[in-house]
Design a protein around this ligand. Structure first.
Ligand SMILES: [Zn+2]
Length: 57
């Protein structure tokens, strides 16, 4: 039950992040396909790679 609540909140946070984010605000990047990510993903949503690099700047 609480898992669903946490998940729902996470989705809402992600939506807000995507809505507000620009390229400069991406925190992570996929090493395989160069997709910019705005949250810490275990896998790239584009190609499924687990080679996610946290951007240092
Ligand atoms: Zn990728």
């Amino acid at each position: 039950m609480s898992l669903f609540n946490d998940l729902g909140r996470k989705v809402e946070e992600l939506k807000q992040e995507v809505g507000n984010a620009s390229d400069d605000e991406a925190t992570h990047r996929c090493l395989e396909c160069d997709t910019l990510l705005y949250a810490d993903h275990d896998e790239c949503p584009e190609c499924g790679s687990t080679s996610i690099l946290a951007r240092s700047d």
